[in-house]
Structure formats: structure tokens, C-alpha cells
Design a protein around this ligand. Structure first.
Ligand SMILES: NC(=O)C1=CN([C@@H]2O[C@H](COP(=O)(O)OP(=O)(O)OC[C@H]3O[C@@H](n4cnc5c(N)ncnc54)[C@H](OP(=O)(O)O)[C@@H]3O)[C@@H](O)[C@H]2O)[C@@H](O)CC1
Ligand SMILES: Nc1ncnc2c1ncn2[C@@H]1O[C@H](COP(=O)(O)OP(=O)(O)O)[C@@H](O)[C@H]1O
Ligand SMILES: [K+]
Length: 473
């Protein structure tokens, strides 16, 4: 499991750790790790040109101390000091190592020939987007051929949320001291961070003492441990029967995709309930599916169903349920545990049903916040789809999905996700695990299907067994 802690937690852990150490030790550790990683990225440090973008606070201090270490290894290091002040000890260390300090933007031309640029403008102490001078310098750095390495977070990104309210740095690599921050896992921040590496400064025990992390991200081992797998004595009923209530005369394809995803992701059996035409299509494509009502361990309700009335009685039953699309707005009628799987537009309607007002734009800009808010307001686990899928539980736990790809933004791909989640619920996973494992497998299947190019919902469905195999192997 990858764990991310918000700024408040990082500050508390840092204070606890620093209390037992000589002043400056943490920054020293951070700078040593950052310099070592930069040296690795440069290959050979001697004779390379490094430019530091330095802001007012300790983020700039990290950059200056790391720059001093690179200077001692033979790099030519120039710092552009962009803040209202400059970290004094860091500046002195850089000068002592033969580096140079420049005020503001006066030597921005140095960026054009740099091999590596270190973004130390602002870290966890920042708020709002880049200020105008910084934004101009960053644009020049991004236009150059230099590797752009952010310290802690890409400047301008909110470390706790991933929100970006103005101009931000787009880094190739982000080196983050102590622990991951949620802003490195949630878009738009996550897309701005590039490859993310944690620089160990000994914060771990102090973070663990604070309790649960702010955000988690599953790794392959976690998924393997959570996945329901058949034992020697299993039969199809024990593996879990999933009822799929999906599709309509207008959208029969959603039924085929959702039922197929349940078939492909480990359900013992799939029972399909829907209009005749869609039933015919489902059985023609998935002969292993069974048409009609019967006992199930979980249901998926909603993919391809624009009219809710037809399915409301299904929602009210006691088994765990995935409520997708319009059906998510009927969460209050669920007779058992529910996993809601809205995209941003649908989440607005779920929130409205819970008496909370928000616009789609607000949800897109603050995904973590609104997923949490929806889980709290509805009392259900909420899986918010889109760039960075966020799964939030009413008790405050949040998982973000690391495996997705924008190629998944294709019609029907959400129907596949709902089917996977339904199979996992029927297999016995609680909604929070079912949602986060489904998003993980769906994301990996999307990547395998796309293989760097365009894909389709059917191809994602076909790639599900390969995704499962990759995890279980
Ligand atoms: N915690 C830890 O464990 C460790 C933390 N460490 C490091 O310390 C960093 C945190 O340092 P920090 O607290 O000094 O804050 P930081 O991010 O440098 O910014 C503060 C100043 O920036 C300014 N500013 C604000 N917004 C801005 C904007 N949008 N655009 C531009 N400027 C902006 C504002 O100053 P102003 O210019 O307004 O006077 C504000 O006072 C952390 O990210 C990590 O790198 C490591 O050394 C070791 C262990
Ligand atoms: N920009 C994106 N990056 C990653 N995944 C995305 C992006 N946009 C959409 N997705 C994923 O694609 C799927 C789309 O689902 P949905 O919006 O329900 O579409 P449909 O109703 O056509 O099936 C979801 O799993 C969602 O998380
Ligand atoms: K930064």
C-alpha cells in the first residue's frame, strides 16, 4: 500500500522527529537524498549545468543545499532567487560550494542551456498558483531541454489535495521528502509530478504514530491479497452470484459490457435482468449468463438505464449493490451496503439528492473533497470516476487509483467497471475494497488494452483476465 499524508500530518511528524535531532538535520537529509537522485538522473555530475529555482521558504532551502552538494561534485550551479527572501544557510552553502546566486528573473537565460532544473519555488507551505515572475521562469524551463525536477511537490500544486488554482510546474520527476502527499496521487497534481520518488528522512515512525494516512493507493500485492479466489471446495454459488440490472432498449450494449465484465472478473455466476432485446444480446454474447431473477450475493444496477422507475424495486433489496449512472441518485433506497460509481456530472446529482449543492466544474477541480463530501452526505462508499478515480468511504478513508489511463475515457468503459465491482462485491469484498480493487483492475486492463494507443470498452473487457493474471501470478 502506498500511503500519503496531508500537510498537517507531515508538519506534526516533522516536529516530532526534529525535536530529537540537531537543528537542520531534516533539511540536510532531504538535500542529501535530492542531490543523490539528481546525480543519478544526470549520469555524470561533473561539468553539468544545474539551475535552481528558489522560493522564500524551506523548499528553496532544500534546493539550495542540494545544489551545494551537486556543486561539490563538479556541477556548475546557478540559483534564481524568486522569493521575497532566500534561505540564508542554504544560500551560504551554495556560495561556499562555488555556486552563484541571481536575483529574480535576471539570468533566466541560463535555463536555455541547463541540463537539470530544480524546482524549489514552493512546497507544502504554498497556496495558490505560481506568482507571475515564477510562472515566466518556469515556462522558460519547461521550454528548454533540461530535466525538470520538483522538490516535494510541483510548485503551485496543493500538496494536500492535488488542486491547481493557477499556473503550476510540470515536472519530469518529483523528489518528495518523508512521505507521499495526496497532491502527488490526485489529478491535476499527479499529472504534473512526473515520476515520484520518496526521499527517506526518517519520518516513517512518526507518521505511523499519527494513525491512518489521509489517502492510500493500492499496489499489486494489496490487490492480490484482497481478490476473492476460489478454494478447492468452492462452487459457483460460494464464489458469488451477481445480478446485473443494466441496459435498455436504447442502450443494450451497456448490458452486454456490464454482464461480460462480471463474467470475466471472477463471478461464480451472472444473472441478467433487463428488457427482452437486451436479454437476447447478453445471452448471445455470454452464453454462461442466466436470464431472470434468482438468488444473488450482490447486484449491479444502472449501466445503460436512463429511467430509474423500472429498477427502483431492485435497489431496495438487502444484498450489497453497485449503483451506477442515474441509479446512484437512488442510494437512499438501498436495502444493504451500497457502492456508488458516478462520474463528476452524476456526482452532482447524487449530492443534490443528499441536499448538497455543487457544480460539475467544482467537482472536477476538487475531486478529493467532493468524493469525501458525497460519501459523508450519503453514508455510502463513493467511487468518483474520471482522471484519478477516487474511492471515499463515509468513515473518511480514501483510496485513489494509480493504474488508470485517459484512454479509458471511452463510451462503455464505466459499464465494464461497474460489472467488475459487482463481481467483487458478490465475492464478498466490502464496498470500499470492491470499488478500489475494481478501479485498479479496470485501470490495468485499460492500459493493457490501450498499449499506448486508443482502445475501446470491449477491448478493456477482453483484457480483464490478463489484468487478473498479472496480479495473481
Ligand atoms: N516538513 C518536513 O518534514 C520537511 C520539509 N522540508 C521542506 O520544507 C518545505 C516547506 O517549507 P516552508 O514551510 O518554509 O514552506 P515552502 O513550501 O517553502 O513555502 C513557503 C513560502 O513560499 C511563499 N509562497 C507561498 N505560496 C507561494 C506561491 N504560490 N508561489 C510562490 N511562493 C509562494 C511564501 O513566502 P512569501 O514569498 O509570501 O514571503 C511562503 O512563506 C517542504 O515543502 C520541503 O521542501 C524539508 O526540508 C525537510 C523536512
Ligand atoms: N481522463 C481520464 N483519465 C483516466 N480515466 C478516465 C478519464 N476519463 C474517464 N476515465 C475513466 O473511464 C471510465 C468512464 O466511465 P463513464 O464516464 O461511466 O463512461 P460510460 O458511461 O460511457 O461507460 C471510468 O472508469 C473513468 O474513471
Ligand atoms: K517545489
Amino acid at each position: 500500500m502506498r500511503l500519503a499524508y496531508d500537510v498537517e500530518a507531515v508538519r506534526a511528524a516533522e516536529a516530532a522527529l526534529a525535536a530529537g535531532l540537531p537543528a537542520g538535520t531534516l533539511m540536510d537529509r532531504a538535500a542529501a537524498g535530492i542531490a543523490a537522485a539528481c546525480a543519478r538522473l544526470l549520469g555524470s555530475t561533473y561539468g553539468t549545468r544545474v539551475v535552481l529555482l528558489v522560493g522564500s521558504g524551506d523548499n528553496g532551502g532544500d534546493a539550495l543545499h542540494a545544489g551545494a552538494r551537486l556543486g561539490r561534485r563538479g556541477a556548475r550551479v546557478d540559483a534564481l532567487c524568486l522569493g521575497s527572501r532566500t534561505h540564508q544557510e542554504g544560500a551560504a552553502a551554495l556560495l561556499a560550494a562555488g555556486g552563484r546566486l541571481h536575483g529574480g528573473t535576471e539570468r533566466a537565460d541560463l535555463l536555455d542551456d541547463a541540463d537539470l532544473v530544480v524546482d524549489g519555488i514552493v512546497g507544502i507551505g504554498g497556496s495558490g498558483g505560481l506568482r507571475p515572475d515564477a510562472a515566466r521562469v518556469v515556462a522558460r524551463a519547461e521550454a528548454s531541454a533540461a530535466l525538470l525536477v520538483a522538490v516535494d511537490v510541483p510548485s503551485g500544486v496543493d500538496a494536500s489535495t492535488g488542486e491547481a488554482t493557477g499556473e503550476v510546474v510540470h515536472a519530469d520527476v518529483t523528489l518528495t521528502p518523508g512521505t507521499l502527499k495526496p497532491g502527488l496521487l490526485v489529478d491535476p497534481g499527479s499529472s504534473c509530478a512526473g515520476l515520484v520518488e520518496v526521499v527517506d528522512i526518517g519520518l516513517g515512525p512518526h507518521l505511523a504514530a499519527l494513525g491512518a494516512p489521509d489517502v492510500e493507493a493500492l499496489e499489486a500485492d494489496d490487490v492480490a491479497a484482497l481478490l476473492p479466489a476460489p478454494g478447492p471446495e468452492s462452487d459457483k454459488y460460494q464464489r458469488g452470484v451477481v445480478g446485473v440490472v443494466a441496459g435498455s432498449d436504447e442502450y443494450p450494449g451497456a448490458a452486454v459490457l456490464c454482464a461480460g465484465a462480471a463474467v470475466r472478473s471472477g463471478a461464480g455466476m451472472v444473472r441478467y435482468v433487463g428488457p427482452d432485446h437486451a436479454t437476447y444480446r447478453v445471452l448471445a454474447r455470454w452464453p454462461e449468463a442466466v436470464a431472470g431473477e434468482g438468488r444473488v450475493q450482490a447486484r449491479v444496477i444502472g449501466p445503460g438505464i436512463p429511467e430509474l422507475d423500472a429498477v427502483l424495486d431492485q435497489v431496495a433489496r438487502p444484498e450489497p449493490v453497485v449503483l451506477d449512472a442515474t441509479a446512484a441518485t437512488a442510494y437512499a433506497r438501498a436495502g444493504g451496503p451500497a457502492l456508488l460509481t458516478p462520474h463528476a456530472g452524476e456526482l452532482v446529482r447524487v449530492l443534490a439528492a443528499a441536499g448538497v449543492e455543487a457544480t460539475r466544474e467544482q467537482v472536477e477541480a476538487r475531486r478529493l473533497h467532493w468524493a469525501r463530501e458525497a460519501a459523508r452526505a450519503t453514508g455510502c462508499v463513493v467511487l468518483l470516476k474520471g482522471s484519478t478515480t477516487v474511492v471515499a468511504a463515509p468513515d473518511g478513508r480514501v483510496r485513489v487509483n494509480p493504474t488508470g489511463t485517459p484512454w479509458l475515457a471511452t463510451a462503455g468503459s464505466g459499464d465494464v467497471l461497474a460489472g467488475v465491482a459487482g463481481a467483487l462485491l458478490a465475492g464478498g469484498l466490502p464496498p470500499f475494497d470492491a470499488g478500489s480493487v475494481a478501479a485498479w483492475l479496470h485501470g490495468l486492463a485499460g492500459r493493457l488494452a490501450a498499449d499506448g494507443a486508443s482502445t475501446s470498452a470491449s477491448a478493456v473487457l477482453d483484457a480483464l483476465p490478463a489484468a487478473l493474471r498479472a496480479v495473481l501470478r
